[in-house]
Design a protein around this ligand. Structure first.
Ligand code: GAR
Length: 209
C-alpha cells in the first residue's frame, strides 16, 4: 500500500505530535509515514520526542531569516529533499503565507484549540484562545482540525470535538482538558483521513470510502 510521506510542523512541547506518534505506532495510520518533524525553534521538546521514536528532524529557525519568504524557501527546500506530500501543523506557531499554502492545496492540516469559528484567526493561539473563551463565559469549547488555506483558521473543517468548561477553570487547566479530550483524539484521526485521501488520489473523504 502506498504510504504518504508526512511532515509534522512543531514549535513547542509536542504533545499533539506525541499523540500522532502513538496512533501511528498502534498501526492506525496505515496510509501515512511520519517522515519528518520540522521545528521553527531549536529548543522545542517536540524534537526530542521525534528523536526518541526514530523520526528524522529538521530545525528551520524563523529568527534566522529576515523575511517570511526566505524562511519559507528554506522550509520548501527541506520538504523537497524529504519528498514530503502532506503537512500536519501540530502547535506550529508561525503563520504560513498565502504563497506557501497555495503550493499544498488540501495537503496541510492544522489543529486549533477552539470550536472554529469561535476564538480563531489572527492573534488567537495557545493560551490566548482559552483565556478568551473563559472571558466570554462559554460553557462548551473544544478543538478543530481543518485544512489550511490563505485565511488563518479559515479552511474547510475536517473534525471537531466539544469539551465542557468546568467551574473554577483557568486558561491552563482548560488548555489541558481541550488537549486531552479533543486535540489528541481528532488530530491523529484526521491525519489518517487525509493521508488516505491523498494515497487514493481522491479529492474528498467520501471518495475514499
Ligand atoms: C495546542 O494546544 C495547539 O492546539 C495550539 O498550540 C498547542 C501546542 O501544544 N495551537 C494553536 O494555538 C495554533 N493556532 P503541543 O506542542 O503540546 O502540541
Amino acid at each position: 500500500m502506498k504510504k504518504v510521506k508526512i511532515a509534522i510542523f512543531v514549535s513547542g512541547g509536542g504533545t499533539n505530535l506525541q499523540a500522532i506518534i502513538d496512533y501511528a505506532e498502534a498501526g492506525k495510520i496505515p496510509h501515512g509515514e511520519l517522515a519528518l518533524v520540522l521545528s521553527s525553534s531549536p529548543d522545542a521538546y517536540a524534537l526530542t520526542r521525534a528523536e526518541m521514536h526514530g523520526i528524522p528532524t529538521e530545525v528551520v529557525p524563523r529568527k534566522m531569516y529576515d523575511t517570511q519568504s526566505k524562511f519559507e524557501d528554506a522550509v520548501c527546500k527541506v520538504l523537497e529533499d524529504n519528498s514530503i506530500e502532506m503537512i500536519v501543523l501540530a502547535g506550529f506557531m508561525t503563520i504560513l503565507s498565502e504563497d506557501f499554502v497555495k503550493k499544498f492545496p488540501r495537503r496541510i492540516i492544522n489543529v486549533h484549540p477552539s470550536l472554529i469559528p469561535a476564538f480563531c484567526g489572527k492573534g488567537f493561539y495557545g493560551l490566548k484562545v482559552h483565556s478568551a473563551a473563559l472571558e466570554y463565559g462559554v460553557k462548551v469549547t473544544g478543538a478543530t482540525v481543518h485544512f489550511v488555506n490563505e485565511v488563518p483558521d479559515g479552511g474547510e473543517i475536517i473534525l471537531q470535538k466539544a469539551v465542557t468548561v468546568r467551574k473554577e477553570e483557568t486558561p491552563e487547566s482548560l488548555q489541558q482538558n481541550v488537549m486531552r479530550h479533543a486535540e489528541w483524539i481528532i488530530l491523529p484521526k484526521a491525519t489518517e483521513m487525509v493521508a488516505k485521501m491523498i494515497a487514493k488520489g481522491a479529492l474528498t473523504f467520501e471518495e475514499t470510502e
